[in-house]
Write a protein that binds this ligand. Structure first.
Ligand code: HEM
Length: 430
């Protein structure tokens, strides 16, 4: 960045009286002011649901979120981790690893975790870097104003994950589109069957209550069949192989895990990339400093990635279910009540993060909960996502001398995923 202008950024706190259950409350941005008020005045608040749900407790403070995450026998994941109420038979068929408690979860996690460890993921760094470079080059070769989400952020995570899994590069766009239909399941732009707006009863036994999951099941079956005939050294082959103790994922577990990867590994990272780009444009001095640190001091990028993750906190909540009566902040939580931990609120809790609405690439410590924390469900893809973010900005920033926002941001209609669907940018090349 040649001569960075000073940041004139103003944090948008949003409404202080939003209905946090309503997907429409997020289309103009996260209603941070509502979460600020809840953390201050009513940290364990009761919310009625309007779609037949039985209501839930919202946990909004950082410390309380850790306490709920840690106490897995008291706050169970085994009855679902989204707000949706499911009957047990449907739930059983579509269950993924996020929806088990120890010890079942421990077994599942043992079977899948190795390929996602830091060292294993870094074996793919070069392949992922080349991919990032080619996507960045293609975006920068076109008009100087373009949609950063469409041209860059959307292209990368699924194809990067594809490199690990060993699926053909050409399948990337199809996997992205099906993954979008799954997780954008409330947004009419992302799916033909948005929840709450259309009748989705016939899909209630499949993941995300979305027909896209059936396509992904079929794809996973095909991939598994190919590896059984011709094993390779990719992650799918490794996931299918039995451990030395002879333990193995069942067919349904593998398919559900594949669907989980396509959903968890796709838009979360995409939207974090988009939020990161927007934040850096809005803080030109920090963008310039980050660019200048590349190749000299890798710790600056490492810290910047953590701040981008906190700033974005794309997975806004997950749910637990109380297994017995318990009191929190004077509220009587009953056995069977839904207890929802709001990561997006905890990551802006001023008790944990001084000046939480200030974007600071040097923030230390930065023990954000974007990937969860103190929970056995801590994001399995955290090391991969961190590397993807780092590689993208290492490849992109040295190519730019300036970048500006070039139009309004469009956001996902969702109370679950904080996503930017369009971030128009104008860039000048270095
Ligand atoms: C910036 C991107 C990402 C964010 C913000 C994110 C966020 C999260 C969160 C909040 C959890 C649950 C933590 C808890 O309940 O305590 C989670 C779990 C998980 N994530 Fe991610 N994730 C990201 C990227 C990825 C990627 C790239 C993958 C896969 C390649 C992935 C796979 C998973 C899986 C499989 C779980 C379930 C782990 C378990 O139940 O043991 N995630 N993620």
């Amino acid at each position: 960045m040649s001569r960075p202008s000073r940041s004139t950024f103003q944090f948008d706190h949003g409404r202080s009286d939003a209905d946090i259950t309503d997907p429409d409350a997020y289309v103009h941005g996260v209603p941070y002011a509502t979460f600020e008020r809840l953390r201050r005045d009513d940290p364990v608040s009761w919310w009625d649901e309007h779609d037949g749900g039985k209501g839930f407790w919202a946990i909004t403070r950082y410390d309380d979120l850790l306490a709920v995450s840690r106490q897995v026998e008291l706050f169970s994941s085994a009855q679902g981790i989204t707000l949706e109420e499911m009957d047990p038979a449907d739930f059983h068929a579509r269950r993924n690893m996020l929806e088990y408690d120890p010890p079942e979860h421990t077994r599942y996690r043992r079977l899948v975790s190795k390929p996602f460890a830091r060292r294993e993921v870094y074996a793919y760094e070069q392949a992922i870097r080349l991919l990032a470079r080619s996507v960045v080059e293609e975006a920068l070769a076109g008009p100087s104003t373009f949609d950063f989400v469409e041209q860059v952020a959307k292209q990368l995570p699924m194809r990067m994950l594809g490199r690990l899994l060993g699926v053909p590069d050409d399948d990337g766009p199809w996997l992205v589109e099906r993954g979008d239909a799954l997780l954008g399941n409330f947004d009419p732009e992302m799916t033909d069957t948005p929840l709450g707006l259309t009748d989705t009863d016939e899909f209630k036994h499949i993941p995300f209550r979305s027909p896209a999951a059936l396509d992904l099941y079929r794809y996973a079956e095909e991939q598994a069949a190919q590896r059984r005939v011709r094993p390779t050294d990719d992650v799918i082959t490794r996931l299918l192989a039995p451990t030395i103790d002879g333990e193995q994922l069942s067919e349904l577990e593998f398919k559900n895990f594949f669907v989980l990867l396509v959903s968890a590994g796709n838009d979360t990272t995409r939207y974090t990339m988009a939020a990161g780009m927007k934040a850096l444009i809005e803080h030109p001095e920090q963008m310039a400093e980050l660019r200048d640190s590349i190749g000299k001091d890798p710790s600056v990028m490492d810290r910047a990635v953590e701040e981008i993750l906190r700033w974005a906190t794309v997975t806004m909540h997950f749910r637990r279910t109380a297994t017995r009566d318990v009191e929190m902040h004077g509220k009587q939580i009953r056995a069977g009540d839904k207890v929802v931990i709001w990561f997006v609120s905890a990551d802006y809790d001023g008790e944990q993060f001084p000046d939480p609405t200030t974007f600071d690439i040097h923030r230390t410590p930065n023990e954000h909960v974007a990937f969860g924390r103190m929970s056995p469900h801590l994001c399995l893809g955290a090391q991969l996502a961190r590397m993807e973010l780092k590689v993208l900005f290492e490849e992109l920033l040295p190519r730019l001398s300036d970048a500006q926002l070039a139009g309004p941001i469009d956001r996902l209609r969702s109370n679950f995923i904080a996503g930017m669907k369009r971030v128009p940018v104008t860039v000048s090349l270095a």
